[in-house]
Write a protein that binds this ligand. Sequence first.
Ligand SMILES: O=C1O[C@H](COP(=O)(O)O)[C@@H](O)[C@H](O)[C@H]1O
Length: 234
Amino acid sequence: MIKEAVFKSFDSPESLEQQLAERIATQLQDAIDTRGTASLVVSGGRTPTGLFNKLSEKAIDWSEVFITLADERWVAADDADSNENTVRQCLLKNRAVNAKFRGLKNMFATAVAGVDMTTEQLANFPRPFDVVILGMGNDGHTCSWFPCAEPAQLDTALNTDALLCAVQPQTAPYERITFSRRAILNSRQIYLHLVGEQKLDVYKKALESDDIKAMPIRAVLAQHTTPVDVFWSA
Ligand SMILES: O=C1O[C@H](COP(=O)(O)O)[C@@H](O)[C@H](O)[C@H]1O
């Protein structure tokens, strides 16, 4: 059994997004006031688009905010399934238009070939990350730590000291590049953003055991060094 993280429940995705955007904006501005810059790591997929829209309207000093992705599908940046595309459409606009964004995909044909270049490009990205927003798939993956990935690749993602690694899920589309577990846990605050009853069921199942490879979201939930707040809405 994993000890439950801070869990906040909301009636609607919109009320969750309002509160979470406010919290994140405050934390980013506090980081800027204290250290001069702030760093934000966001996830892709469908869940965070409304949150990104609300966050983009917050009046903080966005030109001092460095943004990157927790993971990326190895597709062109203008592909509808690209996480970078979602960030560009939904977050890097309004007041956030001048944030300093660095995507994970580069010109190499595969993530395996491209991972070193992205790692070099992110070498000076401010760390520890101030805020990380994670999502979760119905298979219990977060970032691109897929339970269906080739075992050696999942093992690397969960145990390497490297910042980033390549993952090829067997039952989900696209090769991926993802931050490693160590890189993600080197953060001041992690939020797990979940919407819907199905995600709630998956989250509850994740708390029932500590078999991380079966449900890699447990790598985030079964640790007590980095604060994790779960924001769930119906
Ligand atoms: O493939 C991915 O899936 C997860 C969850 O996505 P969602 O559509 O269920 O919200 C996401 O967190 C991850 O960044 C993405 O690459």
